[in-house]
Design a protein around this ligand. Structure first.
Ligand SMILES: Nc1ncnc2c1ncn2[C@@H]1O[C@H](COP(=O)(O)OP(=O)(O)OP(=O)(O)O)[C@@H](O)[C@H]1O
Ligand SMILES: [Mg+2]
Length: 228
């Protein structure tokens, strides 16, 4: 099972007078079987953090390790394979392909990664839980924001990754759906022993969290989880 850690990460965008220091010495760890929540205001660096954590962006300094091995110690090929096999992204922009139906979004995953994906029954269960089973023949453009978001969540879970990184997974959802998604993420962590990391504005998710962090102006600090 994969655990991962972020060590002394700094991210600086731009240079000279246009330089912005977005992340300051960020340290973070996530173990299988836990749900970690990172909360913070807009522009505080949450998406930047998640992009670096998932190996999509190499930080200005610092390292990210999955199972004790840093991304930058792996060849590009090994890094890509690791991302494909072990990391599920639910990104802020939903990244559904506009010319594919919902059903085909999953078939595309099968093409890229033929093995180790959820069985038909398991996928059915996820679609059922998220209330999107009846949308399989629709195109993303025919879905509401919340429906697209739920499809994007299902697609991230489909390859059965050990680590799930979610950026504002509940932004477009009403309260009852927030609870469903919170429970689903918590379930994945506990029953399926995954490391789930969620970046959000949404205080309604705190009830589902094992660990709570605050991101403020690029500084990450650990907080006590106080449940409602
Ligand atoms: N590629 C980039 N080039 C320059 N600046 C960037 C880049 N990406 C992000 N930033 C800046 O980094 C800061 C943090 O952005 P980030 O997207 O991580 O914030 P966030 O916490 O996810 O915000 P939100 O809650 O609105 O999604 C912002 O000031 C943003 O303008
Ligand atoms: Mg963001």
């Amino acid at each position: 099972m994969s655990s991962f850690s972020v060590k002394n990460v700094n991210q600086i965008f731009g240079s000279g007078t246009a330089e912005v220091h977005v992340l300051h010495d960020v340290n973070f760890e996530a173990e299988p079987g836990t749900l970690s929540l990172i909360m913070g205001p807009s522009g505080s660096g949450k998406s930047t953090f998640l992009t670096i954590a998932g190996g999509l962006l190499t930080p200005t300094s610092g390292t990210v390790e999955v199972n004790g091995v840093a991304y930058n110690e792996r060849s590009k090929k090994k890094r890509d394979a690791l991302r494909l096999d072990s990391i599920g992204f639910v990104l802020q922009a939903y990244h559904l392909l506009p010319y594919l139906t919902v059903a085909d979004q999953f078939k595309l995953v099968d093409k890229v990664k033929p093995n180790g994906n959820l069985s038909k029954e398991e996928l059915d269960d996820v679609l059922d839980t998220l209330g999107i089973k009846n949308l399989l023949n629709k195109y993303p453009g025919e879905l509401s924001g919340g429906q697209q978001q739920r499809v994007a969540i299902a697609r991230a879970l489909y390859p059965n990754p050990a680590i799930i990184l979610a950026d504002e997974p509940t932004a477009a959802l009403d309260s009852s759906r927030v609870a469903v998604v919170g429970d689903l993420l918590k379930d994945l962590a506990i029953k399926h022993n995954k490391a789930v990391v969620v970046v959000t504005h949404d205080a309604r998710l705190i009830d589902s969290a094992d660990h709570l962090y605050e991101m403020k102006d690029g500084y990450l600090t650990k907080k006590e989880v106080v449940k409602a």
